[in-house]
Design a protein around this ligand. Structure first.
Ligand code: CUA
Length: 364
């Protein structure tokens, strides 16, 4: 086969793959669903780079294989034969320097303009502010316009631009919803911003439980379970959610065991306890801290144990101490300092009381 024919063949192969990329522009084989306005420009750049690098890859590998075959050792070659010694070709060298350089210039201009459009670290006037706080090993979200705060579930309204203001209570984490395409560091002492406009509900995106929000920075033993769900709601659903959130208050301590359980489990899940502890009724699967199954039967023993270093005398006091001052006493076999104290701003005294009553229901 001649060089001209090989070049034509590689051109046909490249055209085939480029056609595939153009025919399936949503690229669900390579990317998750694009669920934000910001994803459109980012995915365009991704497709452009994929198309160009597909061509480069096919031609480089194709010519490589062709030349290995063309200049192979032949049976009639003498024992000490060496390959043809080729010197440079100026036209070729100029061409393969200038062409990639031009592409990089184009890519730089496109990427820079995309970065400007993303308005990283800016507060966009009129957008809905959400404060994000990451901590080992959960997420808390506050909507300052209503004062609503939630944890491990983030609720947003479709087509409403959101400015996320992201920080960390402890070590470095990173805020990442792959479907929104953008990622931002959560660093203690810093507030980093990203602007995202979700443009489809989580059901439309094919995630009935919500888009997955994951921590994208190795942050300790519970990193892999540092997950949250993003619910994107239509305007009327979002308003209904706000009303419900604003009206829900802790039940009285003498409420029925079912009411206590329901509210207590919500507090437990919303504060990320499930990321670090096992609790079957709440879907807790974390192994960073001791299990909460059967807690009602084990606390008195711990208080009576001579190794107990805290100041609680009753099971209720013990549980309050475990939440407000988790390092006063750490159960043997677990790492001190991993759990951060929960303040009354994070879990109110009323909510904590119901949470404790729920935990004390756990007989096994
Ligand atoms: Cu937080 Cu990884």
């Amino acid at each position: 086969m001649t060089f001209g024919r090989i070049t034509a063949l590689l051109g046909v192969i490249t055209a085939f793959f480029v056609a595939l990329i153009l025919m399936y522009p949503d690229m669900r084989w390579a990317l998750p669903v694009a669920a934000s306005e910001q994803a459109i420009g980012i995915d365009f750049l991704f497709r452009l780079m994929l198309i160009v690098s597909t061509g480069i890859f096919i031609f480089v590998q194709g010519f490589l294989i062709y030349f290995v075959w063309l200049y192979r050792r032949r049976p009639e070659d003498p024992e000490d034969a060496i390959g043809r010694n080729l010197h440079g070709d100026n036209r070729l060298e100029i061409a393969w320097t200038v062409a990639p350089a031009l592409f990089l210039v184009v890519l730089t201009i496109l990427s820079y303009s995309e970065l400007q459009d993303l308005k990283l670290d800016e507060v966009v006037p009129g957008s809905h502010l959400v404060k994000v706080e990451a901590y080992q090993f959960a997420w808390s979200f506050t909507h300052p316009d209503t004062g609503i705060s939630e944890a491990n579930v983030l609720t947003l309204q479709k087509d409403v631009p959101v400015t996320f203001e992201i920080t960390s209570r402890d070590v470095n984490h990173a805020f990442w919803v792959p479907e929104f395409r953008l990622k931002q560091d959560a660093t203690n002492g810093f507030y980093r911003r990203i602007n995202i406009t979700p443009n489809m509900t989580h059901q439309e995106g094919g995630y009935p439980d919500g888009f997955p929000l994951r921590c994208a920075e190795l942050c300790g033993a519970g990193h892999s379970v540092m997950l949250a769900k993003v619910h994107v709601l239509e305007a009327n659903e979002y308003q209904a959610w706000q009303v419900e959130k604003l009206s829900s208050a802790a039940p009285s301590p003498d409420a029925s065991p079912e009411e206590i359980a329901e509210y207590g489990i919500e507090v437990y899940q919303n504060n990320g306890c499930i990321g670090c502890h096992v609790l079957d009724v709440a879907g807790g699967v974390g192994a960073v801290g001791p299990t909460h199954n059967g807690l009602a039967n084990t606390i008195q023993e711990r208080i009576n144990d001579p190794a107990y270093a805290g100041s609680a005398t009753t099971v209720e006091e013990y549980l309050i101490e475990s939440v407000r001052e988790p390092n006063a006493y750490v159960v043997e076999g677990f790492n001190p300092g991993l759990m951060q104290p929960y303040t009354t701003e994070q879990i109110s005294d009323e909510d904590l009381q119901i949470l404790i009553l729920m935990l004390l229901q756990q007989q096994q």
